[in-house]
Design a protein around this ligand. Structure first.
Ligand SMILES: [Zn+2]
Length: 559
């Protein structure tokens, strides 16, 4: 794929010209044609932005793509302003009814909701918000801690935090939190400024506080904070007790008197399940799995492999983490990861591939807004794929397959209380923007105690004072995003449950969902997928009853 830096002046001119023609158009047909041209222009621009960002993450030492990345970061507000003007034109089109017939309502809902989040008066505040977010990322990325007489990064340290030797994992845990405690004042300051600037943006746009604006920013058009509160209450009622039982089983299994914070990542004295084979063998097994799963997944995965659309191996200079993105002009998804020999490698082939598969199935929509849905819906595709591929886990884990499934299901259960705690914490913070850093930490402790009553920080001062949340990047960089994982998990569990009774039925529901892409809102997509909304009060009890029944049927003491 050839890269060239877009000429911003030309993009602006072309866009403005198309916009003028759109506004002056004499028929819906004419507007539809111009809309297609606008879409091409957006695809062209986003493709170059993706290429620059992907190449920058594959080799962070490459100065050329670093400069290109900066170019896109700097020009983001200019482009955002153009897109907003297009949405305004779309919303006030004389032919709105006909366009709605053709493209569906969701495009207009998305246009409407993004207008609620932007005004030129907040551009300087947005830059400030971005700058603070980058400051946080840089601070965490700079982390180096002493461990076993060596200097190491936090990702390198995390392997020791899962050690089967209690002393090792305790020391690693203390070293890890030591970094955050050592920079507590900076973490406090960055967050305090973020809360204030977001609150100021919300006030300028006419909102009481940042919460409502945050929901619009996430393009949530069919649920509100009261519904999310109801969801959290159900997690408290139905999931927290089950999670507590799982922690108790874990304690017995690894033979301790009391589980401390640093024991939680240690699941089995025999070690965590590990995928077998080299990265190339793991990918080959992935290809086998997707060729057996369905004709659609076979076509998708063969496309990814034959077009070299995955960069999976850990290399020097490569950025950490994993993601899925798209080169829209080429209708191609792309997967980035760092294989390291753990369960995470298989998660890439299920979770990230789930995202990529949906994108592949939605690649022919006429508007780019429908290539992906909103975030909570995106996570349904990825998380459900993790469950729908259970029948093939033997390929990766052999004799450890039951152990893998047990850990996977239990860790998904254990995630939910933490996920809603992060969400509740943010609601309280932004509803009370004048709290001091110490008051925020006290708030975290209260929320944490409610949802994770098993948490024992073993006298580590910074954590006992409520500093745990400062390691969670989403709280700084993507406010109110975290609940999306929880909502999607409730949907993914339903796919798990269905697939046990009727695999083909579950698969066809899943496929329909992926093909719908972003053409509907969250609750619309949930309905289309033939599953219950996670906001329905009676979803939790039977679903978690079934999961508990399964987990109880497993003899984990032998694992
Ligand atoms: Zn994901």
């Amino acid at each position: 794929m050839a890269y060239q830096r877009p000429d911003i002046g030309k993009v602006e001119n072309d866009f403005n010209e198309l916009l003028a023609r759109f506004n002056a158009a004499k028929s819906a047909l004419e507007q539809t044609d111009i809309l297609a041209r606008i879409n091409e222009l957006k695809n062209e621009f986003s493709t170059y932005a993706s290429i620059a960002s992907v190449r920058n993450s594959i080799d962070t030492t490459n100065a050329f793509y670093e400069t290109e990345q900066e170019f896109f970061d700097t020009n983001e507000p200019v482009i955002k302003d153009l897109y907003i003007r297009f949405y305004k034109a779309l919303g006030s089109s004389k032919f709105k009814d006909e366009l709605q017939q053709k493209f569906g309502n969701q495009l207009f809902k998305l246009a409407d909701v993004s207008l609620k989040t932007f005004d030129t008066s907040i551009i300087e505040d947005l830059k400030e918000e971005n700058k603070l977010g980058t400051q946080y990322t840089k601070l965490v990325a700079s982390a180096e801690v002493e461990f076993n007489g060596e200097k190491m990064t936090l990702p390198a340290l995390s392997a020791f935090m899962e050690s089967t030797d209690r002393d090792t994992r305790k020391r690693a845990y203390i070293a890890n939190q030591g970094f955050f405690a050592g920079h507590e004042k900076e973490f406090d300051e960055i967050y305090d400024k973020l809360v204030k600037v977001r609150t100021s943006i919300a006030h300028k746009l006419g909102y009481k506080n940042f919460v409502e604006l945050a929901y619009y920013r996430m393009a949530r058009t069919d649920y509100n904070d009261a519904m999310v509160e109801g969801f959290r209450n159900n997690v408290l009622k139905y999931v927290v007790p089950l999670a507590q039982k799982l922690r108790e089983r874990q304690r017995k299994r690894i033979g301790l008197d009391k589980l401390k914070a640093y024991d939680l990542a240690h699941n089995f004295n025999s070690g965590n399940p590990k995928p077998k084979g080299t990265p190339a063998e793991i990918v080959a097994n992935g290809q086998k799995m997707y060729s057996e799963l369905s004709t659609e997944t076979k076509e998708f995965f063969d496309f990814m492999v034959s077009n070299d659309l995955m960069d999976l191996e850990n290399k020097k200079g490569k950025a950490s983490g994993g993601y899925c993105t798209m080169f829209a002009k080429y209708k191609s998804p792309f997967i980035f990861a760092n294989f390291n020999g753990t369960v995470g490698d298989v998660d890439v082939l299920t979770h990230e591939a789930g995202h990529a598969f949906q994108c592949f199935e939605s690649r022919n929509f006429q508007v780019e807004e429908y290539y992906w849905p909103t975030m909570e819906s995106c996570e349904i595709h990825s998380m459900s794929m993790e469950h729908l591929t259970y029948p093939w886990m033997e390929l990766f884990f052999g004799n450890d397959t039951d152990k893998y499934k047990f850990v996977h299901l239990s860790s998904n259960i254990l995630f939910l209380p933490y996920g809603v705690a992060v969400d509740e914490f943010q609601h309280i913070v932004y509803e009370n923007p004048d709290m001091t850093p110490a008051e925020r930490k006290k708030t975290w402790l209260e929320v944490d105690k409610k949802y994770r009553p098993w948490m024992d920080y073993d006298g580590i001062d910074y954590l006992e004072r409520g500093g745990f949340w400062q390691r969670q990047g989403h709280i700084y960089r993507s406010p109110f995003y975290y609940i999306d994982y929880c909502l999607a998990q409730l949907c993914a569990f339903q796919f798990w449950s269905k697939s046990r009774k009727d695999f083909n039925g579950a698969w066809s529901d899943y496929l329909r969902l992926c093909k719908a892409g972003g053409s509907d809102s969250f609750l619309g997509l949930v309905k289309l997928a033939n599953i219950h909304s996670p906001f329905e009060p009676n979803v939790f009890e039977p679903l978690f009853g079934e999961i508990e029944g399964y987990l109880n049927s497993v003899d984990d003491m032998k694992m």
